[in-house]
Design a protein around this ligand. Structure first.
Ligand SMILES: Nc1ncnc2c1ncn2[C@@H]1O[C@H](COP(=O)(O)OP(=O)(O)OP(=O)(O)O)[C@@H](O)[C@H]1O
Length: 210
């Protein structure tokens, strides 16, 4: 087992508690997180990425329990092992495409992956030296995927990665995420409302407000 959670519970201050279904994934597995607006999907993703600490339960990646790590140790672990694609790309605006990826390597103390060939694979190699401010939405989304993959993480988390994309780019982005996850042996978890994504990945959990 590469990634698993057990008995995860979390409540935002003053809010009812969420109890999340257990997850277990092997290398190369994909999982969708479905559920109504406000049901706790983003909250779950933040717990899985160590961006929130649960009130109880465990999040195990490889041999490490994220819920037991803090501060710089957790940041470095996340940088090396977890790639996160946020709903909006959140790129570093003053930098070029390539520099955004190099910065992600720098923060994780990783240098392995050839940035240009990754950008080429994602079809944005020609934009490597462009300012991220000049990118279209679909291009910026692909750069944020490249940034999530650049340190060859064991776990890839994506929050509504296709919500602002047309059908063609949605298909491209889902295939990119699936193919890259398989290639690097990562587990892939995608939060979505998008029926078009459900057509590509059959394994899912549903988050319900209780
Ligand atoms: N920082 C916070 N403080 C207090 N409440 C919060 C906080 N973040 C989220 N919540 C509440 O927790 C609930 C779940 O939010 P969450 O963003 O996880 O839902 P979601 O399923 O991802 O929703 P959507 O599909 O609309 O993005 C919501 O009722 C939200 O208002």
């Amino acid at each position: 087992m590469l990634f698993s959670t057990q008995d995860l519970k979390y409540s935002h201050p003053g809010q009812p508690q969420f109890s999340f279904s257990d997850i277990s994934l092997d290398k190369g597995d994909s999982l969708l997180v479905l559920g109504k607006s406000g049901s706790g999907k983003t909250t779950l993703l933040n717990l899985l990425g160590g961006l929130l600490k649960p009130q109880s339960g465990t999040v195990i990646l490889g041999t490490a329990d994220l819920t037991k790590m803090d501060g710089a140790k957790l940041d470095l672990f996340r940088g090396k092992n977890i790639g996160i694609v946020f709903q909006k790309p959140h790129l570093l605006a003053p930098l070029s495409v390539k520099e955004n990826l190099v910065a992600a390597q720098y923060f994780a103390k990783e240098k392995g992956q050839n940035v240009q060939s990754l950008l080429d694979e994602l079809g944005i190699g020609a934009k490597a030296n462009s300012s991220v401010k000049t990118l279209s939405e679909g291009e910026a989304q692909r750069v944020s995927i490249a940034r999530a993959l650049v340190n060859k993480p064991q776990l890839i988390l994506a929050d509504e990665p296709t919500s602002s994309l047309d059908d063609e780019n949605t298909e491209k982005v889902i295939n990119l995420l699936k193919n890259q996850a398989e290639k690097i042996g990562a587990a892939l978890i995608i939060v979505t409302h998008d029926q078009r994504v459900k057509d590509h990945i059959s394994n899912f959990i549903e988050v319900k407000a209780t």
